[in-house]
Design a protein around this ligand. Structure first.
Ligand code: CIR
Length: 255
């Protein structure tokens, strides 16, 4: 199942995180980001995951977002290619860091593709083309994943959304949590159940299911009302991280 995990890999905050990419050009507070990141890592620990913490990388302000340069699939690790030139170098460092954890390492060799654009649903993957993932990168990854026995579809991420998964998450074998922006995507039609987050709480669509728990961003009371009927919710503050377009899924690789 795509949300049963024993391990999580995170990277320590670097001192240049305040210069991380931000679509709205906002500089976050180092202290608040550190608090949010610590709380996130402590939560993963409390859930019983083995936490592997990588050293901080001062030359890469966005490097705590380990989801983007790499993808895990069973015993396999696939090194991806971040599109922004300030993040491209993270891939080679991360693949070196993780090589002991996985039996097989694969590389996307052309184009651009970031983990934030890859939604895994068990052995099926949906890749959203976006400003960070192009057709060449997506097709490269598709070939690798198909060679590993997975099925893959490629679709479009709606404009103005950084990553495909910024606004959708797998929360059950067959259920996707998503925003109104995403619901019209034909790729989801008929195949899955949906839970749509209420307007104004779009940030909640980037949640993560970890075993029996669902981690959601705090400050989304209407979404909490809907989800608490069925899920064991843990809400985490990501307000400062949101200033640099980040959310819950991007801060760890889980397997
Ligand atoms: C970036 O623009 O690359 C970072 N500031 C945020 C990356 C968030 N990644 C993700 O949601 N997968």
């Amino acid at each position: 199942m795509a949300y049963l995990f024993e391990n999580a890999l995170v990277r320590k905050i670097n001192k240049n995180i305040v210069n991380a990419l931000s679509n709205r050009n906002i500089r976050p507070s180092f202290e608040l980001i550190s608090n949010e990141h610590n709380q996130y890592v402590n939560t993963l620990k409390k859930l019983g995951l083995n936490i592997y913490t990588l050293e901080s990388l001062d030359d890469f302000p966005d490097s705590i977002f380990v989801e983007d340069p790499g993808l895990t699939y069973n015993n396999n690790y696939i090194s991806l290619r971040p599109a922004d030139k300030t993040r491209f170098g993270e891939s080679a460092i991360l693949v070196n860091d993780v090589s002991n954890f996985f039996d097989n390492i694969y590389y996307v060799k052309d184009g651009y593709i970031e983990g934030g654009d890859i939604l895994r649903i068990n052995n099926h993957f949906i890749i959203g083309l976006s400003c960070r993932t192009n057709k060449t990168g997506a097709e490269n990854l598709l070939k690798i994943l198909r060679s590993l026995g997975a099925s893959v579809e490629i679709t479009l991420t709606p404009k103005n959304i950084l990553h495909f998964k910024s606004e959708c998450s797998l929360i059950e074998e067959d259920t996707i949590l998503l925003t109104q922006n995403m619901i019209n995507n034909n790729i989801f039609k008929k195949k899955y159940n949906f839970i749509t987050v209420p307007k104004g709480e779009e940030i909640a669509a980037n949640s993560i299911r970890i075993n029996n728990n669902l981690l959601i961003p705090s400050g989304c009371p209407e979404t909490e009302k809907i989800l608490s009927k069925k899920y064991n919710l843990i809400s985490l503050k990501v307000d400062e991280l949101f200033k640099i377009d980040a959310g819950l899924s991007c801060m760890s690789l889980r397997w």
